[in-house]
Design a binder for this molecule. Structure first.
Ligand SMILES: Nc1ncnc2c1ncn2[C@@H]1O[C@H](COP(=O)(O)OP(=O)(O)OP(=O)(O)O)[C@@H](O)[C@H]1O
Length: 872
């Protein structure tokens, strides 16, 4: 391969040769003029000289860079052949005609060397033609992916650049911008490349050509100064300017516009309409002597439209296929080799042709991610999480994943019926989580920080790295929590929102010291903007911003770089959204087979016996048969507990109602939902599991025809377990109550009474028999039963019916409530809590224990298939 230096020297030599030839032409022409003889010999010589110049130009700017359009149309030169990023290239801009009938091509140095500026903007058709010509030559000559055009049209409504529209979706060119602000964005982007190269962060960037068909009309002196600075520093960073409309006399700001260095200036020729003058090429090595080219130049016309169309289509298709990133590009060959002592870093894709590396560390401990629906946010998160999981072992990284939307964001991390593997780093995964679950996860994170703080204090160290050194025996992974659609958690002013904000604030402030990181993603920050903009708000701690298409709300208000990003591109900004810190990166799609294969590799590598993540799936139904046994903390040594559901917490423990001998240890399930019957059955099954066969007696009173079958099945199950169980109907119920009052059982042999549809018994119980009403026995048992081991579990389908049954003085005689589809204020008045907050929700219940002053959201246990039945 020819070195850049050689190419440069060759270009210079050719240029000097052309200059020499031009001088020779001039000299010869002068002589011919003096002779006044237009001999056949002189004509021959002119033609020969022109041919030599033609050849010289063709050598300096070969093929697409320099051939006239008719020649290109005929020859079909190969694409992507003649230019390389970083190498100097000359380009043809027109024909010089020193005398009528004598012409030669004008080629000037451009990419790899300097810039081209025209004093006229592209509203002049000749200038528009030249822009199209130069752009076409560049696009055809550079290999796909090495050239990007930053297009500006502040005056001609995009018409001069419109034929190149096919390059926009391929990422080769932006949609031409016309406004001043957008123009400044592009300046920032170009400057950013210069800075990155100067800082050694991106040694081989794309060639970036800032093309202006016209500058925005209100362009100020500061903008011109920025262009001048780019002219000075750009070429070393592969940033070049192709400026039409530079230096129009009518603008006052031009008077003080700094000169453009390294620029070939093309000015309209006032003495010859339609002709231009070409100034000295940049750099002394090109022999610039301040003489300029002493010949009128007609600028190259635009290539035929068909040629541009075909070229753009081909280049766009090639750019897309060549530049295609795949998920496997993000995965290191060897898994789990990195240490997270100083932070977490992974590859997300490419910035230009360089790697896009992103970190969760002391500088950017927390991130905000935003993008409208369909922008690729889920894919981006998968790329990040799988990228990190591939680099860091579960001893280095633990994942807490929370998703508040309907969707499947994190299902790639958990075991399913089809694929029982999981990502071993995942500790808890919430899919379609409740806000309360989010709160529980945040609470757990704060607890983890406290544990780490205590451990640091004990070890006499002040940061995580030191703690890890002092305790090599304990795994202290960095904890990364990802909250997708976090606005759901923070929206509103209820208690959950307030507590969540407080916890988030604490984690955001202190997390960095304890290796606890947050990535919060959202499609919209609408509704939580007040939080977002609050000066010292929680979001101030989120220095790293990742904006996908439509996610510009998390960037600075002046920064609209994310407005029109295609899917697969992001703006990375590690300065809280300030425009100067934008890095535009591409990330790959996370295809299912690659995710599957990486997950399986990691699963095979996990520590034997390491548990799967605790999974909370908002829409899932749970049955008591899947419940883990009640913990000792709840049960104590002898207390039995009735399990009624799952807690909405990080460990997903069972929700339990403990029994003891205090008056009122009974449970009322409230609401018309048939889940009421399931909750009773779950309580019975769980209690049976805590008794030896024959120890306890279960009376099942079925007062609702619709659940007879379910009660029947429960009876059989209890009997099969060796317990004493019997099913009763309404007429037997008062007698049962009377018997239990008259002959209380022994505490050692508890009796459980389950009443399905207890409200159906009210009028029967109110009737007196032999001078005694069943309702009085019922009320007496509620108070005195627990001391004798008698506990009631009743399903009332309305709160008022229960209140009625309890009577005026008996409100306190049922300590436990499971509220299903009943109103919060009714339950509140039952338990004497006017501000009780309960909104009935599908697949949720509120468990209240008045003796323990406890309320918790639970997922009530149901018989398998309960909800599919409901929807059938
Ligand atoms: N880098 C990429 N390259 C190609 N296609 C992508 C890329 N990222 C995402 N996609 C595709 O775009 C579509 C939307 O992606 P994704 O589901 O991640 O969007 P989202 O922003 O999470 O949307 P939603 O919020 O509606 O779920 C998917 O079909 C996905 O395959």
């Amino acid at each position: 391969m020819i070195s850049a230096k050689t190419l440069f020297e060759r270009a210079v030599k050719t240029h000097l040769e052309a200059q020499g030839l031009l001088d020779a032409v001039r000299e010869r022409l002068d002589r011919l003029e003096a002779d006044s003889t237009h001999s056949a010999e002189s004509a021959q010589q002119q033609t020969a000289l022109a041919a030599r110049l033609e050849r010289a130009a063709a050598a300096a700017a070969p093929q697409w860079l320099g051939a006239p359009w008719p020649v290109i149309g005929e020859q079909r030169f190969p694409l992507e052949h003649t230019a390389r990023a970083g190498d100097p290239a000359m380009i043809r801009i027109g024909d010089a005609q020193p005398l009528p009938g004598v012409g030669f091509p004008v080629v000037v140095p451009f990419t790899g060397v300097g810039h081209i500026a025209l004093d006229t903007d592209a509203r002049d058709p000749a200038v528009a033609g030249l822009l199209r010509s130069v752009i076409t030559r560049l696009v055809a000559s550079f290999p796909a992916g090495q050239l990007r055009l930053l297009a500006v049209d502040g005056g001609a409504l995009g018409a001069p650049l419109a034929p190149f529209h096919a390059l926009v979706p391929a990422g080769v060119m932006n949609e031409p911008v016309s406004g001043l602000e957008e123009f400044r964005e592009l300046l920032t982007e170009a400057e950013e490349q210069v800075k990155q190269v100067q800082a050694g962060l991106n040694p081989s960037p794309d060639v970036l050509v800032l093309v202006t068909a016209a500058l925005p009309p209100n362009c100020g002196r500061g903008d011109l100064a920025r262009l001048a600075a780019l002219a000075h520093a750009g070429p070393a960073a592969r940033v070049h300017l192709l400026l039409a409309g530079w230096g129009s006399r009518s603008r006052s700001s031009w008077d003080q516009a700094p000169p453009l260095e390294r620029t070939t200036l093309v000015t309209s020729d006032p003495s010859s309409r339609g002709h231009f003058r070409v100034g000295d090429p940049p750099l002394e090595s090109f022999g610039g002597e301040g003489r300029a080219l002493n010949a009128a130049v007609s600028l190259d016309p635009a290539p035929p439209p068909g040629l541009i169309d075909e070229l753009c289509r081909r280049v766009a298709a090639k750019a897309e296929s060549d530049g295609k990133l795949v998920f496997d590009d993000l995965v290191p060959e060897k898994l789990w080799t990195q240490s997270s002592v100083d932070g977490l870093t992974t590859l997300i894709g490419r910035v230009g042709r360089g790697d896009a590396l992103v970190s969760l560390d002391d500088q950017t401990p927390h991130w905000l991610v935003a993008g409208r629906t369909g922008s690729g946010k889920t894919v981006f998160l998968l790329d990040i999480l799988y990228g990190l999981a591939a680099r860091y072992s579960p001893d280095e990284l633990a994942l807490y994943l929370l998703d508040f939307k309907e969707g499947v964001s994190f299902s790639e991390f958990i075991p399913t019926e089809i694929d029982p593997t999981w990502v071993p780093h995942a500790r808890t995964v919430g899919v379609e989580s409740d806000r309360e679950y989010g709160l529980a996860v945040l609470t757990e994170l704060v607890r983890e920080m406290s544990r780490r703080a205590a451990a640091m204090k004990k070890a006499g160290v002040t940061n995580l790295a030191q703690l890890r050194t002092s305790r090599p025996d304990v795994a202290l992974p960095r904890v990364l929590t990802v909250i997708d659609e976090f606005h759901v958690l923070l929206k509103g002013t209820d208690d959950t929102a307030k507590r969540s904000v407080a916890l988030l604030e604490e984690i955001a402030r202190k997390g960095r010291s304890y290796g606890v990181h947050l990535i919060m993603a959202s499609q919209s920050i609408a509704g939580i903007e007040s939080l977002f903009t609050k000066g010292k708000s929680v979001f101030g701690q989120f220095g790293m911003r990742v904006a996908l298409s439509g996610g510009g709300g998390i960037l600075d208000t002046m920064n609209d770089a994310a407005a029109a990003l295609p899917v697969g591109q992001i703006v990375l900004n590690d300065a809280a959204g300030v425009a100067s810190a934008n890095r535009r990166a591409r990330f790959p799609d996370a295809d299912a087979p690659s995710l599957h294969s990486l997950r399986h590799r990691m699963w095979e590598m996990r520590m034997p016996g390491s548990p799967p993540p605790a999974v909370f799936i908002g829409y899932a139904e749970y049955s008591v048969d899947e419940a883990p046994p009640p913990s000792r903390r709840v049960v104590g040594r002898r207390r039995k507990v009735a399990l009624v559901g799952r807690q909405v917490d990080v460990g997903l423990s069972s929700a339990a109602f403990p029994l003891d001998s205090s008056p009122g240890r009974h449970l009322a399930v409230l609401g018309t939902s048939p889940v009421g019957a399931d909750v009773l059955a779950s309580a019975a099954i769980s209690l049976a599991g805590q008794h030896a066969p024959g120890e306890a007696t279960f009376h099942l009173v079925s007062l609702v025809g619709a659940v007879d079958e379910e009660v029947d099945q429960l009876e059989s199950r209890l009997l099969r377990g060796g317990h004493q169980a019997g099913m009763l109907r309404l007429p037997d119920y008062p007698q049962l109550l009377r018997r239990l009052v008259d002959e209380p059982p022994k505490l050692m042999n508890p009796t459980y009474v389950f009443v399905y549809g207890a409200d159906a018994a009210t009028s029967t119980l109110k009737q007196k028999e032999r001078g005694r009403a069943g309702i009085d026995d019922f009320r007496k048992l509620l108070r005195e039963g627990p001391a004798a081991g008698v506990h009631f579990f009743g399903w009332w389908r309305g709160v008022r019916r229960l209140v009625d049954d309890l009577g005026l003085g008996g409100k306190d005689d049922v300590a436990g409530v499971v509220a299903l589809n009943v109103k919060g204020n009714e339950v509140g008045s039952l338990i004497g809590r006017a501000n009780l907050h309960w909104q009935p929700r599908h697949n949720r219940a509120l468990l209240i224990d008045r003796h323990e002053d406890r309320e918790e959201l639970i997922v009530p246990f149901v018989s398998p298939g309960r909800y599919s039945e409901e929807f059938a």
